[in-house]
Design a protein around this ligand. Structure first.
Ligand code: 3H9
Length: 702
């Protein structure tokens, strides 16, 4: 019947079926909202149609407004005339039939409908806050009326995707279909069933009341997490409007609050981060024929902290995984640690007991190599020493079935040396998980010189399957994430020599937006780990900048939280870092020995000293062709190091300052401090040509 390129109206007897077809996820791109309106109007005018169904073609219902449209259209909303108004005045019922995702403007459209049904695997949500805005199509006014103010607040402020069965319990869906049901046929039958029911249930007509204290309580509960951000607070204010104003005035308030956000720096940075993550998944130099292989069974070698966390990542996403270690005792210890980690989540209330049991049951401890030899993929996660890893790969080469992929979880070691222990280096790559492996999202795929395209594409896909954000790194010391971070780690200790205290540096970084300061993170991870890396690098490089304060702490057995003292001191059973006068004394003694004059630093100076050093190294990484794009480095900083997402990432943040200013500052520190601040060639070229970091053209990937 009606035919626009992106929305069509078909007739199924007396039911009009409106189908959105805007691949890949049916975002409300150009013509979609207009197409829905046109189809609704046609169906309303057609006397032979008694009711309508709204659904999506392909893999989803509607994933929301077209986020790319926000930048192009500064003042107007991206969706033109409102579909919801047409539904509200429709004399015939409309049923939303949901599969895949109904997010943002997608759920808003579904809530404009009179009824909502979904398949069990569908997810609904209002995730706008995650891109720095609020639901601007009535979501903040309709969801509280449909599901209650408390639920709406929680969903809109967190942006979480709610599975269909839960959405039914919350009152968002009228019906969840049985597993395997045909959505279109069921929706048409449903529409036929309610076609004559009157009055039509419009969400706008429902009451919305709340105790005013819930809004204040919500503001308080997000204060730490949402610091420096505006969107979460505007979300709360918009829901508050739903509870205090008539519907149409609430809609106006929602608009005002939306327009305050849509082109603010926060939203721009978050949109950038969203697309940077999707870009990171793309490997531009791989042949189109390289396809991800099916990986049906996986194994982890090494049941230590990392191996256990990796196994949990598989189990958490529904995959069975085998795990082995050199001795039964180590394996038992590893399994006990996994169990205790899960139990902690249950105690904290973030995991249900039965779900914990299901996950734990997916992790299968096995006695040895014979039990894993038929796996499609094995991830080695033993101690971070070349001499420990090499024989394991020689053994894996001996036992694993042909075609099995073998990945090493390493944070810095040369993947080629590891691959060369086998007769099949094409099947080997690095997969660098960040600690704790079941929590941190970054999954750095390290490309060996002989890794095959298929191996790499499969590794990237594997990361996505277990809930990670995959990004490709070249085989260089520290790969991309840790290598770009290394100068920051050195600079933060050098700042102590020059006059800072750990607590001052930590406060500056937390105020900037990091969840924890870098010294507190060091204490959590263990200072002995960094010390081993420093020893290795010092042995390789006579010009290596030593960090005597850090070395001194390790010498004194101050390894961090695990020894009750590190950069801070800790009371038994308490993870709060307390500033320690002993550390202040060590710092001033070392500074005196080195003859460094101590001065005071502003927060801005601290921030720039730490981050500019890493920007310079990131440029070196790009000029050497060890990363595809500056935005990949941003993704790594967001998901590996807790860089505040609403600042986009390291390189995006530096672009906000300006390449030339960054270069000038680095050049001046080069004069002052010598070689460690030598500007990279790429940085100098970008500054001279006025090109942003985002537009930098890295060398071809090597
Ligand atoms: C909104 O609705 C505002 C309203 O309140 C109205 C205001 C007036 N726009 O993630 P994937 C692209 S705000 C444009 O890899 P998945 C994505 O870039 C919106 N493009 O797939 C990628 O492109 P490419 C609220 C979008 O299966 C491709 O689709 N909604 C959009 O892993 C595949 O994406 C959201 O915030 C979009 N909205 O995950 C939802 N969505 O292939 C945002 C996706 O070129 N989207 N693309 O790289 C998502 O969370 C995920 O994409 C989704 C699918 C869960 C839907």
């Amino acid at each position: 019947m009606t035919d626009s390129p992106v929305v069509r109206l078909e007739k199924d007897g007396d039911i009009g079926v409106i189908i959105v077809n805007y691949p890949p996820v049916n975002a409300l791109g150009p013509g979609v909202a207009d197409g829905i309106i046109e189809c609704l109007n046609t169906a309303i005018a057609d006397a032979s149609i008694k009711a309508m169904v709204l659904m999506g073609d392909g893999r989803s219902f509607i994933a929301g407004a077209d986020i790319r449209g926000f930048d192009a259209n500064r003042k107007r909303l991206p969706i033109g005339e409102r579909t919801y108004d047409v539904m509200d005045r429709s004399p015939k019922p409309v049923v939303a039939a949901i599969h895949g995702f109904a997010l943002g403007g997608g759920l808003e459209n579904a809530m404009g409908c009179h009824y909502r049904i979904a398949v069990p695997s569908a997810k609904v949500g209002l995730p706008e806050v995650l891109i720095g805005i609020l639901p601007g199509g009535g979501g903040t006014q309709r969801l509280p009326r449909l599901a209650g103010v408390q639920t709406a607040l929680e969903m809109i402020v967190s942006g979480r995707h709610v599975p269909a069965p839960e959405a039914k319990t919350l009152g968002i869906l009228d019906e969840v279909l049985p597993e395997g049901a045909d959505l279109r046929a069921s929706a048409v039958a449903y529409a036929r069933k309610i076609a004559d029911a009157r009055p039509l249930p419009r969400i706008r007509d429902r009451d919305c009341k709340a105790d005013p204290s819930v809004f204040e309580a919500m503001r308080k509960s997000i204060a730490r997490r949402a610091r420096n951000q505006k969107a979460p607070y505007n979300c709360i204010a918009a829901v508050e409007a739903a509870a205090t104003l008539p519907f149409d005035l609430g809609m106006q308030r929602e608009q005002e609050l939306f327009l305050e956000l849509v082109n603010a720096d926060e939203a721009k940075a978050l949109r950038y981060a969203f697309f940077a993550e999707r870009e990171a998944a793309k490997l531009p130099d791989m042949p189109a024929t390289a396809r991800a292989r099916d990986l049906n069974n996986a194994a982890v070698v090494g049941a230590g902290t990392m191996g256990g966390g990796i196994a949990m990542s598989f189990a958490d996403f529904g995959y069975d995984v085998k795990i082995m270690d050199a001795t039964q005792e180590a394996l038992d210890r590893g399994m006990a640690r996994i169990k205790s980690n899960y139990e902690t989540s249950v105690k904290r209330g973030s995991l249900k007991e039965d779900e914990m049991q299901r996950r734990f049951a997916r992790i299968h401890p096995v006695a040895g190599y014979d039990d894993i030899k038929d796996c499609d993929v094995v991830i080695e996660a033993v101690f971070e020493e070349m001499d420990v890893k090499k024989p394991i790969f020689a053994k894996l080469d001996e036992v694993m079935k042909p075609g099995a992929l073998m990945f090493s979880n390493t944070s810095a070691l040369d993947i080629d040396q590891i691959a060369n222990m086998t007769r099949r280096p094409q099947d080997i790559a690095g997969t660098h998980f960040f600690s704790p492996a079941n929590v941190m999202k970054l999954f750095e795929v390290v490309r060996g010189s002989k890794s095959s395209p298929e191996t790499l594409v499969t590794a990237m896909a594997l990361g996505k399957r277990i809930g990670k954000i995959s990004a490709m790194a070249g085989n260089t010391d520290g790969f991309v994430a840790n290598r770009s971070r290394a100068p920051f780690n050195a600079e933060m200790v050098i700042l102590l020599e020059e006059g800072c205290l750990p607590e001052q540096v930590d406060k500056a970084m937390v105020d900037f937006g990091y969840p924890m300061g870098p010294f507190a993170v060091g204490d959590l991870a263990g200072l002995d780990i960094g010390a081993a890396g420093r020893r290795r690098r010092a042995a390789q490089d006579p010009n290596y900048r030593k960090l005597p304060i850090a070395d001194k702490l390790v010498e004194l057995g101050r390894y961090g939280q695990k020894t009750g003292a590190g950069w801070y001191k800790y009371e038994k059973g308490d993870r709060t870092p307390y500033p320690d006068p002993e550390v202040a004394k060590i710092i001033s003694d070392v500074a005196a020995e080195l003859g460094v004059a101590r001065k005071t630093f502003t927060d801005m100076e601290i921030l720039r000293r730490l981050l500019f050093s890493s920007v310079n190294e990131a440029c070196r990484i790009l000029e050497e062709g060890k990363a595809y794009r500056a935005s990949d480095i941003d993704v790594m900083w967001l998901h590996g190091f807790g860089f505040p997402r609403y600042r986009g990432g390291l390189m995006y943040w530096a672009d906000g300052i300006g390449v030339r200013d960054v270069y000038n500052q680095i050049a001046s520190w080069h004069q002052q401090y010598g070689s460690r601040w030598a500007p990279s060639r790429l940085l100098r070229e970008l500054a001279e040509s006025g090109t942003s970091f985002r537009d930098a053209k890295p060398a071809p990937f090597r």
